[in-house]
Write a protein that binds this ligand. Structure first.
Ligand code: ADP
Ligand code: MG
Length: 369
């Protein structure tokens, strides 16, 4: 086990005409603690796989340094990096049975037969493939193949385990089961692990810390709670959370010494939390961010305006209400309130003070209270 450190790593591919394209990975720095489970989360094409492949040594690093522990690994051959790798397309060797697939890399390295046997029989039950050792890959389900794939990565006792979308080919139920398994395995062997995914639920539930990437760049690195509660910019705010955060351009209005968010629809306003008092001035434009669960229907306290219910959906435990606040702007609100609201009904809103976010509409960066 070891720390994994990426320092200002860049990757630029060449296109077919051998011209340098944009950076696929752009000044990416990350430090994973010994034994930590880190998720790299971001939309498709943002550079996650490229990052992982550079760590594994399968892709040349355009610029920057990667360390495992104190060892600079930039120029180490992939097989000398002590990394276990499991990609989404579990390319198992079809003619070999499960035992031979798991053992393959150890055999290729010339590890003694008894040692291989000991390690395969140690890892197989951990990944729950000990009953499948004689089977060929063709007879396995997707979930079983991915278990074998991960077992194959773990059997090498790697310093760092890299998992690239290991659950993305699996159906919903199997995905959930294997997600729990991965967590359990990590708790047991505590190998420094980096899991790449575009699925926020996967990252949020598995990782100690999450690195959120967009367009080759690291946006934020923090615990699931930090990135959920304190997104550093509009991208993170909109990417994390389901249903997504309401994000809307509003202007600031001052009246009788009080500040209000003024919505596009004429006259609609909601009181600004007092902690933003010093950061805001009348006439400013900001991007307001508030999660559907952080908006409350309140009594008319004389400060905010009346708004209109547009759609009411009963989702069982929760009700979703869409509220008309602009020309074509709607705020979504989730409530556990038993009451049924009707289209056209007038209500008042209050925002959770600590959980109301504001961002610079130009840069997208959070405005500090
Ligand atoms: P992700 O895994 O987040 O979906 P990738 O790391 O696969 O993203 O890709 C990042 C960017 O690099 C994308 O724009 C992709 O088209 C480009 N890219 C990936 N692999 C290559 C390659 N071998 N040659 C050229 N461009 C590539
Ligand atoms: Mg990928």
């Amino acid at each position: 086990m070891a720390r994994l450190t990426l320092k200002n790593v860049f990757k630029r591919y060449r296109n077919k005409k051998n011209e340098a394209a944009d950076y696929a990975v752009n000044d990416f720095s990350l430090s994973c603690d010994d034994g930590e489970f880190v998720g790299i989360l971001g939309p498709s094409g943002c550079g996650k796989t490229t990052t992982l492949r550079m760590v594994a040594g399968l892709e040349e690093i355009t610029r920057g340094d990667i360390y495992i522990g104190d060892t600079l690994i930039n120029n180490l051959h992939p097989k000398d990096r002590n990394i276990g790798l499991a990609f989404e397309d579990y390319a198992l060797y079809p003619p070999l049975n499960v035992y031979e697939n798991i053992a393959f890399n150890l055999s290729a390295k010339g590890v003694a037969r008894e040692e291989i046997d000991r390690r395969v029989r140690e890892i197989a039950p951990l990944m729950k493939v000990d009953d499948l050792l004689e089977m060929k890959p063709a007879g396995l389900s997707g979930g079983q193949k991915q278990r074998v794939n991960i077992a194959r990565a773990l059997v090498r006792n790697p310093l760092v385990l890299l998992l690239d979308e290991p659950l993305s080919h699996l159906d919903g139920k199997m995905r959930q089961i294997l997600r729990t398994e991965i967590k359990r395995i990590h708790n047991k062997i505590k190998c420094t692990t980096v899991l790449v995914t575009h699925d926020q639920l996967e990252a949020m539930s598995l990782a100690d810390r999450i690195a959120i990437m967009n367009d080759g760049k690291l946006q934020q690195f923090g615990t699931p709670l930090e990135v959920y509660d304190n997104p550093v910019n509009v991208f993170v705010a909109g990417f994390i959370g389901e249903p997504p955060m309401n994000l809307m351009k509003v202007s600031i209005l001052e009246e009788s010494g009080k500040l209000f968010f003024l919505f596009p629809k004429k006259g609609i306003r909601v009181a600004v939390p007092s902690r933003y008092r010093s950061a805001l001035r009348s006439g400013m434009e900001v991007t307001l961010g508030v999660r559907p669960t952080d908006i409350f229907i309140s009594s008319d306290d004389g400060t905010g305006s009346e708004v209109t219910v547009d759609v009411f959906e009963n989702l069982g435990d929760e009700k979703r209400i869409s509220i008309d606040v602009g020309e074509e702007d709607f705020l979504t609100l989730m409530t556990e309130d038993e009451r049924r609201y009707k289209k056209g009904e007038k209500i008042h809103l209050r925002f959770h003070e600590e959980k109301t976010h504001i961002f610079d509409p130009e840069t997208g960066d959070r405005i500090q209270a």
